[in-house]
Write a protein that binds this ligand. Structure first.
Ligand SMILES: Nc1ncnc2c1ncn2[C@@H]1O[C@H](COP(=O)(O)OP(=O)(O)OP(=O)(O)O)[C@@H](O)[C@H]1O
Length: 573
């Protein structure tokens, strides 16, 4: 709950209004039965003037209570919505500062549920809190005192009812608490399954996996349903039980009053307000129980959000480092790397130097560590040992802006965001002009299809870039990578969906138009890097060869083997 303090602190004025209005509302609820008793007494005493007078007071108090209730509902909702929005923004901002490793630690699905469903739970708790927190103790204590003052002889009815309601509330809500905790985990599971299935819908359909996927989803969904139904059952048991207890208390009170009304005629007027107070006591306990359950559920969510907010990013940039224009050299100095939590190193003692303007190919079998090496140049991870430097500066001493300006990384899987093509390209260069876009699109061989759209760079990119082919997405990703003319450009298997001719044209354009840029080309096929100035050969995390295609054919067994296998494959194809 400490987590919420600064968030609530921003809305002190609204909180004050919500608390005052709920107190007025509770006061009005407590006062009304007393006035009703007065009306009844006046009728019994046949004093019509008094009936009208108290009746008017009753109406005024009821209207005040109603207005206070409406004001409370508005302000409680306002505080809850604002706190939830602030919390969601803080969580989102925090996630943006996370490194790859931090995001992997939580998983994307888990973070999304924390940002949406958990924040929603906190919103409900805050709203319930401001509607019930003050009202509940006021109603409970006030109604208890007033009931005892109204018919002191019936103290035992009140005590019996309170004990019964308390026992049932504690029993049922203590069972509900853990169920609410389980719901969060199950929502996460069903969300993840649905997301995975829909994102991979083509695979599901082409492998005829609809039935299996449906069964997997149904199992998780049924579990969630089972927990929700159990909570529903518990609610459906307690409500009639409370009604029964209330009715019994009323019946006993009426019976008692019936026995004594002959000697004490005032009791007739008192019994109605007494019954009203009994109901208010019962409501206070029920609201209290519900609030505690929501608090238990909210506490789980607050803890989950707190875990995100208190996570210190495992990789930070040196904010003190000056802005600098890094040169295009890249130095790996005895670099080894293990993924967080893994035992085995994925890169082992790698050292090499790339000169500014060179085109460097990186080849190696699947899983040999090519992408991992590229990620270290873009500082998506830090090396476990050794140093990576760009332009002669250790990346740990470079601020984020300078690094991003110097290094552009075009990922293996092209990702575009919904918006326009231009919006996506401006991620590479915020102030990119149409001429910049055209130039970059020419290099990436994207211009020919972009120009076919009437609205060219203003053409819409749909969600998950569904309206572009794999090759088009790759070309636009390369366009975004080259638009700011980076000093170092990494193409991680980024031309795999391009035909051989387009791939060749991209490489030629890069060579010609980005002459000063150091380009790393990661490729499965040696033919993609055959003309590179230098090729690095990775094998099981080790740098086992370095040189031109010709040199490697002469002195690297691993390279020769890969080349021979690929050539044989080409012949077979
Ligand atoms: N995020 C990760 N967490 C843990 N291990 C990882 C992660 N990413 C990759 N690995 C492991 O690191 C090793 C190297 O992977 P990497 O992606 O660098 O290889 P690669 O040579 O680029 O492969 P490919 O050609 O198939 O893309 C693999 O064994 C892989 O299982």
């Amino acid at each position: 709950m400490k987590l919420l303090k600064p968030y609530l602190g921003k809305y002190k004025g609204d909180m004050f209004i919500a608390i005052i209005s709920v107190a007025i509302m509770a006061g009005s609820s407590l006062w009304q039965p007393k006035l009703l008793q007065g009306v009844m007494q006046a009728i019994t005493d046949d004093k019509m003037g008094r009936v009208n007078e108290i009746g008017l007071q009753l109406i005024i108090i009821a209207v005040i209570g109603l207005i206070a209730g409406a004001i409370n509902a508005i302000f409680a909702a306002k505080i809850a919505q604002n706190v939830a929005a602030d919390l969601r923004e803080s969580t989102y901002r925090k996630i943006q500062s996370f490194s790859f490793a931090d995001i992997e630690k939580f998983s994307v699905g888990n973070l999304v549920v924390r940002m949406t469903n958990d924040v929603q739970q906190v919103q409900t708790l805050v709203m319930m809190g401001f509607q019930a927190l003050i009202r509940m103790p006021m109603l409970f204590i006030g109604a208890l005192i007033l009931a005892l003052m109204t018919l002191p002889e019936l103290w035992w009815v009140i005590i019996l009812m309170v004990i019964l309601v308390l026992v049932i509330t504690a029993g049922v809500f203590s069972k509900m608490g853990p169920l609410f905790g389980r719901i969060q985990g199950l929502i996460e599971k069903t969300n993840n399954l649905a997301k995975e299935n829909m994102q991979g819908v083509r695979v599901v359909k082409s492998f005829n996996q609809e039935a299996n996927e449906e069964a997997r989803f149904n199992t998780a969904s049924s579990e969630l349903n089972h927990v929700n139904v159990t909570i529903g059952y518990l609610f459906s048991i307690i409500m009639p039980l409370f009604t029964l207890i209330g009715q019994l208390a009323i019946a006993v009170s009426i019976w008692y009053v019936g026995q004594h009304v002959g000697t004490h005629p005032d009791m007739l007027a008192s019994v109605s307000s007494f019954m009203n107070y009994l109901m208010q006591i019962m409501m206070a306990i029920i609201i209290g129980g519900m609030l505690m359950t929501f608090a238990a559920r909210g506490a789980v969510s607050i803890k989950r959000i707190g875990e995100v907010l208190s996570t210190e990013p495992s990789m930070t940039y040196d904010a003190q480092a000056p802005d600098q224009e890094l040169e295009g050299t890249v130095d790996f100095n005895h670099v080894s790397f293990k993924y967080p939590g893994d035992e085995k190193a994925v890169l082992n003692d790698i050292s090499f130097k790339a000169n500014a303007g060179e085109m460097i190919g990186i080849v190696g079998a699947t899983g040999s560590g090519k992408t991992t090496l590229a990620q270290l140049i873009a500082r998506l991870f830090d090396p476990t040992t050794g140093t990576v430097a760009v332009g002669g500066v250790n990346l740990k001493n470079v601020n984020e802006k300078s690094l991003r300006r110097a290094v552009a990384y075009v990922l293996q899987r092209a990702t575009l965001f919904s918006g326009t093509i231009a919006d996506n390209l401006r991620q590479g260069k915020a102030d990119a002009s149409t001429a910049d876009m055209q130039r970059a699109a020419n290099i990436a061989q994207a211009a020919e299809f972009v120009e076919r759209y009437e609205d060219t760079f203003e053409h819409q990119v749909e969600e998950r870039s569904a309206n572009f082919s794999g090759g088009q997405k790759q070309r636009l990703s390369i366009t975004r990578g080259v638009i700011a003319e980076p000093k170092v450009l990494i193409l991680d298997d980024s031309t795999s969906a391009l035909d051989a001719k387009s791939e060749k044209l991209v490489k030629e354009a890069l060579d010609h138009d980005l002459h000063g840029t150091t380009t790393f080309i990661i490729a499965e096929k040696i033919s993609s890097v055959i003309n590179a100035d230098r090729i690095l050969v990775l094998d099981n995390g080790q740098l086992v060869g370095e040189g031109t295609h010709k040199e490697l054919l002469e002195n690297s067994d691993v390279y020769r083997e890969i080349y021979a296998t690929q050539k044989a494959q080409e012949v077979n194809d």
